[in-house]
Write a protein that binds this ligand. Structure first.
Ligand code: CDP
Length: 210
């Protein structure tokens, strides 16, 4: 039996941490769809990539590409959001995501367009958000803990530019699905945010609360 949890939201809203915790709690498979766009963006870096060439990069992604350890950098995030508006790139990545979502035993996917485009029929939809300042502070900690040399002001500027690109694009823009539960984690600890998400899913997951 398939059971799909769709989690969308802006950069550094906590959606990845919440999605991983949900997957672990309920035994679902987890797909961080941002990694697909990051991996394509990384390959396209330094090229003046036309849509056809970018779509080819997307079609040829391998498991190794997704395992690269530098995909989480600020530079790759920016490259990802630049190839993400290309319709041919998004089209090349749809089938894999839809198949992943339908696997038996349940799946959680996080991204920008999961509840609206990839899984409009998802069993649970959430839109996880937080103020830009709170998100920038979290992301700044994450990046500097990994040794990246960046200021918090730069992280905030990057996040705001990326949010504007992601929400403003014509195709699959970042937006809460009308039937998504909006979870604002600005004033929540990560433990509280996870508990809130687990409660919402536990009410719908027919197998029981984990
Ligand atoms: O971790 P963070 O929220 O900062 O970013 P991410 O989820 O890894 O996504 C990186 C970029 O990929 C986003 O800024 C979007 O431009 C793009 N993306 C997308 O367009 N659609 C998705 N389903 C996931 C990511």
């Amino acid at each position: 039996m398939s059971f799909t949890v769709a989690i969308d939201g802006p950069a550094a809203s906590g959606k990845g941490t919440i999605s991983r915790a949900i997957a672990e709690h309920f035994g679902f498979a987890y797909l961080d769809t941002g990694l697909l766009y990051r991996a394509v963006g990384k390959k396209a870096m330094g090229f003046d990539c036309n849509p056809k060439a970018a779509a080819k990069l997307a079609r040829e992604l391998t498991a190794d590409d997704l395992a690269a350890d530098d995909l989480r950098s600020a530079e790759v995030a920016e490259a990802a959001s630049k190839i993400a508006p290309i319709p041919e790139v998004r089209a090349a990545l749809i089938a894999f995501q839809k198949t992943f979502a339908k696997q038996p035993g349940g799946a959680v996917l996080d991204g920008r367009d999961i509840g609206t485009v990839i899984c409009p029929e998802a069993d649970v939809k959430m839109f996880v958000t937080a103020s830009a300042q709170v998100r920038a502070h979290r992301r700044f900690k994450e990046l500097t803990d990994k040794g990246e040399a960046i200021t918090e002001a730069q992280v905030l500027a990057d996040i705001q530019a990326r949010d504007a690109r992601d929400a403003g694009r014509d195709i699959a823009p970042m937006v809460a699905a009308i039937d998504a539960l909006v979870l604002d984690t600005s004033a929540m600890s990560i433990t509280q945010a996870i508990a809130a998400a687990v409660d919402v899913i536990g009410e719908k997951w027919p197998v029981g609360n984990g």
